[in-house]
Write a protein that binds this ligand. Structure first.
Ligand code: ADP
Ligand code: MG
Length: 249
């Protein structure tokens, strides 16, 4: 297996407004393999988002070393956020095009770019809403725009920070399946944060379990459940018990 991201002894300290220090991440060493679906799991406040931001180069202030390997570059990265992070003054089509617009001279999309955006809208059922604004959409459709926007640049690695936790459980269930399909079709590498154990087990190949104060990576659990995964099977519940026993709250 080829590694795409290698982290060694990553630590991160925040200072609050009074100058008090808070160690958000302590001594995390982790390698991400090409093609895997990696989950960062842990209770709220344990440093999952902080670690994801460091991994995805959104945050460059940390100690330790991090390298991108095997030709991975920053332009290969896609991002999906919990609160969707759509721009309210842009239409669905314009939101999906954002990453492409940023890459073109004067922001002019090529014919190929427009075809990419059209085909993404088609596959997410968004073509009917192409000229509407985010506020007209349901949460699920908003996050489909968020995912389509990340995919438009054809990323090798997609980072998702609790992408389904703002959605109702029915919508979250549908979107989890859509994400599995995307990951399979595109042979991507996915790194996703969640605090939901069932979601971690449904999606992940490997699950990095974190604990807080300071945020540490306690364990990496290999998810041996075969795909497609049967959520109500004995094997699933056994794996859930195993994972539950490693999570410290
Ligand atoms: P998680 O995503 O697991 O809920 P975070 O990575 O957001 O956790 O936060 C980890 C810890 O770092 C928390 O205690 C949080 O309050 C703190 N923290 C996060 N971002 C900042 C920041 N910008 N300034 C100060 N403290 C922060
Ligand atoms: Mg978070």
């Amino acid at each position: 297996m080829k590694n795409l991201i290698i982290q060694k002894n990553i630590s991160k300290v925040f200072k609050d407004y009074r100058g008090h220090k808070l160690q958000a991440i302590h001594d995390v060493s982790l390698s991400i393999e090409e093609g895997e679906f990696f989950i960062l799991l842990g209770p709220s406040g344990c440093g999952k988002s902080t670690l994801l931001r460091i991994m995805s180069c959104l945050d460059k202030e940390f100690s330790g070393t991090q390298t991108y390997e095997n030709g991975l570059s920053k332009s290969d990265l896609g991002f999906v956020f919990q609160q969707f992070a759509l721009l309210p003054w842009l239409s669905v089509r314009e939101n999906i095009s954002l990453g492409l617009t940023a890459r073109r001279t004067f922001g002019d999309l090529t014919k190929e770019d427009m075809d990419t955006v059209d085909s993404l809208m088609q596959s997410f059922g968004l073509h009917k809403f192409a000229d509407e604004y985010p506020k007209e959409l349901s949460g699920g459709m908003k996050q489909r725009v968020g995912i389509a926007r990340a995919l438009a640049i054809n990323p090798k690695v997609m980072f998702l920070d609790e992408p389904f936790s703002a959605l109702d459980s029915f919508t979250a269930k549908a979107l989890r399946q859509e994400l599995i399909d995307i990951w399979k079709e595109r042979h991507m590498t996915i790194i996703m944060v969640t605090h939901n154990i069932e979601e971690a087990l449904q999606l992940g190949d490997r699950i990095g379990v974190m604990s807080s104060r300071p945020g540490k990576l306690d364990d990496i659990v290999e998810n041996t459940l075969p795909r497609p995964r049967e959520l109500r099977s004995k094997e699933f519940f056994d794996m859930e018990d195993k994972l539950m026993s490693t999570v410290k709250v």
